[in-house]
Write a protein that binds this ligand. Sequence first.
Ligand SMILES: Cc1cc2nc3c(=O)[nH]c(=O)nc-3n(C[C@H](O)[C@H](O)[C@H](O)COP(=O)(O)OP(=O)(O)OC[C@H]3O[C@@H](n4cnc5c(N)ncnc54)[C@H](O)[C@@H]3O)c2cc1C
Length: 521
Amino acid sequence: MAKAYLVGAGVASLSAAALLIREGRFAGTDITILEAQDRLGGSLDAAGSPDAGYTMRGGRMFELHFECTYDLLSSIPSLDDPNKSVTEDTFAFHEDFAWNDRARLVDSAGSPVDAHSMGFSERNRLDLVACVGTPEKRLDGKRISDCFTEDFFTTNFWYMWCTTFAFEPWHSAIEFRRYLNRFVHLFKTFDTMSGIYRTRFNQYDSIVRPLLAWLKDQGVNVQQNTTVTDLELAPDDDITVTSIACVRDGARQDIPVAAEDLVFVTNGSMTANSTLGSTDTPAVLDASAPDASWRLWETLAVKRPGMGDPAVFDTSVKDSTWGSFTVTTKDPTFFKLMEEFSGSPAGKGGLITFKDSQWLLTIVLNHQPHFHEQPADTFVWWGYALFPDRTGDHVAKPMAQCTGREILTEVMGHLHFAQGEQIIESSIVRPAMMPYITSQFLVRKTGDRPRVVPAGSTNLAFIGQYAEVPDDVVFTVEYSVRTAWAAVAELLHLDRQPPPVYKGGHDPKVLLEALHTMHRH
Ligand SMILES: Cc1cc2nc3c(=O)[nH]c(=O)nc-3n(C[C@H](O)[C@H](O)[C@H](O)COP(=O)(O)OP(=O)(O)OC[C@H]3O[C@@H](n4cnc5c(N)ncnc54)[C@H](O)[C@@H]3O)c2cc1C
């Protein structure tokens, strides 16, 4: 029987393993996942406790058309109910707790602003339509800022768009255009965020844990602390992996790969080199050499054409870094004040962005409990800043140098709550610094990402955020799952392909609504 080896244990690999079993009829025991770190789930992390403070580098938002993700997770039982799939649980949660944001943008006086209008000039609208209509190839090497005038970056639309999806003006126009096309159906509810879906708990608890449990039930082998350093290729012009070189718990190990075996590599990782701080210590930016996920890609990229160019994504840390923080408290004051301030109960309010803040701060009050084992007397919320290298408005330091306490002091400065000091003193704040978090958005051109199955490959596929599939958008769980499905379908020559990428722009009703929204006052 053919065997499959998956490099990495992020959601791309876990999905590929599940799809090999579900679509490809592999036995779980013939699948091995090799992960460098001592924990699983890759960028879909969440950990901690009420006493040490919870941590999650990200809070991931979904929407209705994560077609591959929902299809896959409809086969995976949810954490609490074996008769309910993860997809059913996510949809049920959306029914009960859909967002209805009433304070999406907040100004420097600490007052919510009316974000119903996108704030466009006629020129902004024309530039937006032109960007959407430009063929992707013509945007090769272009930044978003090459396509718009400066005032575009101070519109309500931009503040909402960039903080929802983590774009910065110097990011890739190709990616921005893909996002506009892919999420055009979200335009009309962009201020209320009611089109956004969330999982019931953080995504480690709601997705990674159930998926891992299912895979382990099927007998899939998972090896942690195993760094893949190289893939040996057969000495012909094709791409055929013959052996996997790894270091497991410090010892070199070579895994022979037969011609009929399959190898899936998650090349690069947006959370590579990320660091955590504490209430009293900053999360120190790690700008040293990128980790194993990038090193393996760098090693492979020089072996054959068609393997992409990792240097496009892993050599501009200053353009791809941002920071987030998770706050844990047993004092209900902050949640009470925020519910009054935002006009929404916790878990229904959506993102709140301090649009004039130097760091471009955004916070979100999660539905509680946000961690599966979180006790009822504990509250957890999350925030992030797109410009961590700028000096704060209330703390005279860049966020990247701030302790958790200082980050919370900056947030309180923007909220003007009289109880700010009490809230700071009763909170545990865990900052995270992520040098490659938006590396997948850096300016690129066609060919910088390898195709999922590179030309000439007989048994190697690339999956995750840095493999190329047409039309869909990176910085999403959906993209990783889609690459996994495309890889499994192509390498196994399956009839059943991944569901097509949703294209709202092909629906006249969606287009009309979007145009109407662009003209809202
Ligand atoms: C702050 C933040 C916010 C986010 N917001 C959203 C959102 O709103 N919506 C959304 O859909 N998505 C969001 N995401 C993105 C989503 O989490 C990622 O796209 C997804 O988790 C990536 O999964 P992956 O498996 O492709 O890669 P990763 O999760 O990065 O996994 C790669 C794994 O492979 C391992 N690995 C790589 N190379 C090797 C090697 N050579 N040897 C051994 N192991 C190796 C790495 O150690 C890592 O564990 C967010 C992510 C973050 C961090």
